[in-house]
Structures are given as C-alpha cells and as structure tokens.
Design a binder for this molecule. Structure first.
Ligand SMILES: Cc1ncc(COP(=O)(O)O)c(C=O)c1O
Length: 427
C-alpha cells in the first residue's frame, strides 16, 4: 500500500516545488495599460478603455451591445430592472447558484422561485421550470454552472411559449458556446462577473450583453445614475436618438454601477488571452473527463453535443461513496486536496438552506407585506437534487487546474485512483 498524502505520505504533486499555473494571469501589457490610465487622469466614467473593452467583448460574444459595470451582482440587478421586473413578478432560477442570482431578484422586489437542477450537469432542469410557471412569471435566469451549459434549446422554447425574458447568468461561462453561439448571446441579456476567481477577471467587474437596442439603452442608463446613453458602441443607435440626451432629462432613476478605467484596461488585455486559455482548459477538461469516465466511484459531468466550446469556472465531477468503499466525500475531498496541492471543494450550498442567502434577515428592506415576506422565505423550496449533489456528490476544483499540461490531468486522475486503492486507510 502507498501512504496517502493526507496521512503524511508523498503527495502526487508537490505544489510548492511544482506550483500550478498562477491565477490571475498578467504581464507587462497590463502594467503598461494601467500606467497609461494612471497618467491619463481619466480613471472612470465612459473612458476610452471602457469603450474599447465593450466593443471587443461584443465582437467576442457576437452581440451588438456590451455594457460594463462594477461587478456581476449589479449586472444581474440591471438586467432584471431593464426587463421591467419588480413588485408582483416571479423569476425562476436554479436552486444551486451563487447567492447573487437570487438576492438581486429580491433586491428589485420580485420573488425568486428556485427550482431543482439536472444531476448530470447541475444546471437548471427545464422540466422543473415548466412546473413553476404562473401568470406572474416574468423571467428565467439559467446559470451556466462551473463547466456546464444549461439546455438553452429547451429554455428558449419554454420562454417563447410563455413570453418570458431569459437572462443568462454567465458568471462562469466567458467564451463558452452552445451550438456555435457564445454564452450571453442566446437569451435576451447575458450577465458576466469579472471577480478575481473568474475565467476573465479584473479583480472585480461585470458586463451585460444584449442584441436588443431598447434593453441596451436601459442597461446603459441603469449603470450610470439613470443618465441617457451617450452612444452604445457597435450599432446605429445614434440614428435612434441615443446620442441626444442633455435636454431630455434623466432616462430613469438609478445609482452608480460604473466600472473604472483601471478595470477596463486589465479586461482589454485579459480578453486577448481568453481564447487560448479557454482552448487549453477545454482540451485538458476533455482529457481529464475521459480519464474520470474510466475510474471507479467518480463520474464526469455530462457534456451536451451542443456544447461546441466549453468554458470553466471550476472543474467539477461527481463522487459516489458507495462505489468508493464507503469513504465519506469530505474525506475524499481532503485526500484529493492533499495529493494534488489545489483545493477540492463542495458545490454551492443549495439556496433553500444557504448561509449567504438569508433575505429574512432584512425586514426593513424586504418586508413589503406578509405575503411577500413568506414568498421570499428560501426554506419553502424543495430542492432534493441540489441537496444530494451538494452533500454527497460534488467535487469542484478551480479552473487553474485545467491551465497546465496533459500530464497534469493524468496526475489528477492517478491521484483519484491512489485514493481509491488506499481508501481503507481513511475509513
Ligand atoms: C453564478 C454567479 N452569478 C453572479 C455572481 C456575482 O458576481 P460578482 O461576484 O462579480 O458580483 C457570481 C460570483 O461569484 C456567480 O458565481
């Protein structure tokens, strides 16, 4: 028997001597761009780097409009408000996502309706969406979680049938493609996060994408204290009057959700690297998944034939304790972390019982009336698949695990085999 690293044995990878690729990635191009912004004195407010990034991101995603903002939480809020969603409305979202997807719905005074996920992708289950549609439903927020893609064909079909908006939460999906279309170009609006751990980052930041001029105009105003748009890159909006604003008053009420020029400068450079990074992560992800498929006790995530390009926030897979000599998932994750030298974690906590999603702690904001108060109680939702995945099956590793070589993927798979072979020592 070989001694497992978690028990003091030699790890499969000595991450100190042989570190994983670093995240985030930058070099002298970012340094130069940041100094340029510094010396220009234009540090925010519709600056040239922001315009350059918006244009480049639109081209990359194949959309007409990209509007950058402070982070991927306010972009969700802007998306909901641009769709006119508020009091009395219901929005359907998956029960497994980051808290912001639900919290922003409550923040615009609408009701988050959480539904269960597919156990092989951990993305929203279209069949569950259909069960929850009522005359009050206004939108669906599919979240392309970790490395998976939501079934956008089914979601668009349902949305069309019931006349609903589709707001894609693409915080994990920069550059992923469904049937040749980029995430964020498929629904009415795409919302992205550029927080530090994400596949494209400026430390913090976000962007919304759309092909719809009216939505773009509202989104642009919403990020900028409600001011009329000055000119949305990449379209004939000037002809539609968007450039004319000063004598028409504010477009709508809103706050300041603007991005800074420093963030935009970093994003301009990061976006140039993204296609090659994604290609490498996709290639390594496919290789690692093919190895997982051959191992006992673990199952790769299902990749739909329509996922023409994968993009990752985390590399995720499923664990089966029963096939793994009854070793608890917590011990498995701990052992894997020790072998590979990078943290293996659980998925997001289901939102019906999540430490970070607690709307009932804020009565001053959310207690609009007794009915609303009980509607936003997360514990009223039943999410058995989310619960099972979170507690029993989920293993997630940050996407930098996919930024190395084929040999690194072989080592991750060999680490799982090593834990399997030596599981008794942990039980
Ligand atoms: C699925 C999802 N949506 C939204 C967000 C919010 O993005 P941000 O952290 O930039 O506000 C995140 C961030 O983790 C996320 O994972």
């Amino acid at each position: 028997m070989t001694k497992l690293a978690v028990l003091g044995g030699v790890p499969m990878r000595d991450a100190k001597a042989n570190p994983w690729p670093q995240w985030p990635v930058w070099d002298e191009k970012e340094e130069k761009a940041l100094i340029e912004v510094l010396n220009s004195g234009v540090w925010s407010y519709n600056g040239p780097k922001e315009a350059e990034f918006n244009k480049a991101f639109s081209e990359y995603c194949g959309v007409k409009y990209s509007i950058s903002a402070a982070n991927g939480t306010v972009t969700l809020q802007m998306a909901l408000e641009a769709c006119g969603i508020g009091v009395g409305d219901e929005v359907i979202l998956p029960g497994m996502t980051w808290q912001a997807t639900a919290a922003t719905i409550a923040d615009v005074n609408a009701t988050p309706v959480m539904v269960d996920i597919c156990d092989d992708t951990w993305c929203i289950d279209p069949k569950e969406i259909e069960k929850e549609i009522t005359p009050r439903t206004k939108a669906i927020i599919p979240v392309h979680l970790y490395g998976s893609f939501c079934d956008m064909d089914e979601i668009l079909r349902i949305a069309k049938e019931h006349n609903l908006y589709v707001i894609e939460d693409c915080a994990h999906k920069h550059g992923g493609e469904w049937d040749g279309k980029k995430a964020g170009s498929i629904g009415d609006i795409g919302s992205f996060s550029f927080q530090l751990s994400k596949g494209l980052t400026a430390g913090e930041g976000g962007v919304v994408t759309t092909n719809n001029f009216e939505l773009a105009e509202r989104l642009d105003a919403l990020r900028n204290c409600g001011r009329r748009p000055i000119g949305l890159a990449g379209d004939d909006d000037v002809d539609k009057g968007a450039g004319v604003y000063s004598d028409q008053g504010n477009f709508c009420q809103s706050g300041n959700f603007r991005i800074t020029e420093f963030q935009a400068a970093i994003l301009v450079e990061g976006l140039k690297r993204l296609p090659a990074q994604n290609e490498n992560r996709d290639k390594n992800g496919m290789h690692l998944n093919s190895l997982l498929a051959e191992l006992p006790g673990v199952t790769p995530m299902r990749r739909d034939a329509k996922e023409t390009k994968e993009a990752y926030f985390n590399f995720a897979f499923r664990y089966n304790k029963d096939e793994f000599k009854s070793l608890s998932i917590e011990k498995f994750r701990e052992a894997l972390t020790a072998e590979i030298g990078i943290q293996a974690t659980a998925s997001y906590e289901p939102l019906n019982n999540c430490n970070l999603y607690v709307p009932l702690t804020k009565p001053a904001r959310h207690k609009l009336n007794d009915q609303y108060w009980s509607e936003i109680d997360p514990s009223r939702f039943n999410l058995p698949v989310c619960d099972r995945i979170y507690k029993e099956e989920s293993v997630c590793i940050h996407h930098k695990v996919l930024m190395g070589t084929t040999a690194d993927m072989d080592m991750v798979a060999a680490s799982i085999q090593k834990i399997y072979d030596n599981a008794e020592a942990l039980i």
